[in-house]
Ligand binder design. Structure first.
Ligand SMILES: *Cc1c(COP(=O)(O)O)cnc(C)c1O
Length: 400
């Protein structure tokens, strides 16, 4: 974790020696216990995670995709139901909805926050719409009050996709505590990551928790008595033990992510005049910055691809989350959407760039990233056909 070379990875999974020791101890105790599936470590972590997320029940599952699917299924969503979700999410959200047999209805997003546009969602509601799956994208929650208003006006059920938002907060709500249920992922690169796959459904409704417990375990609450058409999707005891150790560190890690994001915000400010603008944080300190994403807009003298390539050459790894919106993915052409259906999501997919961010990243590294971006922008400014005179930033893009 020491800052010795100029190479800056996108994320850094290196463990501090003290944490590694804690993890080895936790894994060893599961080995001694021998309860690898649905063991003590799982039920302990389930209660703990539900508690810190201010919900009543946690049910560990195999991954975040299953958490979306089983959470919706447990809420009674299935064939014939329409489910609203953003077009600009990781494809797993869509897969989760499709797995229930329901019809996904994609919705465009807000250009400033990249979160689902709730006015567009409202317009997409029909008599068959039963649920909405807001995605707390990049670590920022979709406004809980706006969501709850929409849900109560149209009698919709909310399942939060909180896979990128462990412990995020907004308007006094914790991610995972807003809807009937919520889906979390513990994929290694998430804010709370296992040493493999893992996921959880959170809910405050006992019947939903009970149904997910059955669904994840072959549709049986009692051994060999199958009441639901279930599956096998469980969180491993070893992963639960790892997650319990890491959960204790999560508030500090999230605070570190927030500190790094603040540093990026401040250092990137001078680049706004050249059309480089961060995705907007409208939730203050409740944003947990799973990703720090900038937009390389049309007003920037360098295009996104050239900027990314230039950064790679300078030893700085970046990512794009996500380069192709769900409705343009080859696998989902049968849903009947076309290019142009979600203009904001489509434009953002061309503009966004995720910068390196991980707990332990030091300010000098943040500076190095911003200096590299600045140098690449300046180099492009000096090259025809661009000149300073030609650049007319669109103020509306930079506002708020
Ligand atoms: C990671 C992620 C998922 C899927 O989680 P897995 O554990 O990889 O199945 C779902 N939705 C979003 C928004 C994610 O980022």
């Amino acid at each position: 974790m020491s800052y010795s070379s100029s190479f800056i990875p996108f994320v850094d999974f290196q463990l501090q020696p003290s944490l590694q020791q804690e993890l080895e101890q936790a894994i060893r105790s599961v080995i001694e216990q021998g309860d690898y599936v649905l063991g003590r470590a799982v039920s302990e972590f389930e209660s703990l995670f539900a508690q810190v997320c201010e919900t009543r029940f946690g049910v560990g599952v195999a991954c975040g995709t299953d958490a979306v699917a089983l959470g919706l299924q447990a809420c009674g969503i299935g064939p014939g139901d329409e489910v609203l979700l953003p077009a600009n999410t990781f494809v797993a959200t869509l897969i989760g909805v499709l797995r229930t047999g329901a019809t996904p209805i994609l919705v465009d997003c807000d250009p400033q926050t990249a979160l689902i546009d709730l006015l567009a969602a409202e317009k997409a509601i029909t008599s068959r719409t039963r649920a909405i799956v807001p995605v707390h994208l990049y670590g920022q929650m979709v406004s809980p009050t706006a969501l709850l208003n929409l849900a109560s006006a149209y009698d919709l059920l909310i399942l939060e996709d909180a896979a990128q938002a462990h412990l995020a907060e907004r308007e006094g709500y914790r991610a995972g505590s807003v809807g009937s249920a919520a889906a979390f992922s513990f994929y290694p690169s998430k804010n709370l990551g296992a040493m493999g796959d893992g996921g959880m459904v959170l809910t405050s409704e006992e019947i939903v928790a009970q149904t997910v417990r059955s669904l994840r375990n072959y549709g049986a609450l009692r051994k060999y008595f199958h009441t639901d058409l279930g599956t096998n999707s469980r969180l491993d005891s070893i992963q639960a033990a790892v997650l319990q150790v890491k959960l204790a560190h999560l508030p500090a890690w999230n605070a570190d992510r927030y500190r790094i994001a603040q540093q990026y915000d401040a250092l990137l400010l001078p680049l706004a005049q050249y059309g480089i603008v961060p995705i907007d944080n409208q939730s203050g300190q409740g944003h947990v910055y799973h990703l720090y994403v900038i937009r390389v807009t049309d007003y920037c003298p360098i295009d996104r691809t050239a900027l990314q390539t230039g950064l790679t050459e300078l030893g700085i790894q970046t990512g794009i989350h996500y380069p192709i919106p769900c409705h343009l993915q080859p696998a989902y052409q049968h849903l009947g959407y076309r290019a142009g259906d979600f203009p904001v999501a489509e434009r953002l997919s061309q503009e966004i760039l995720s910068l390196p961010l991980y707990p332990g990243m030091v300010e000098a590294q943040v500076q190095q990233v911003v200096e590299a971006i600045t140098a690449l922008v300046n180099r492009s400014l000096e090259q025809p056909p661009y000149s300073l005179m030609e650049i007319q930033p669109d103020r509306s893009l930079l506002a708020g």
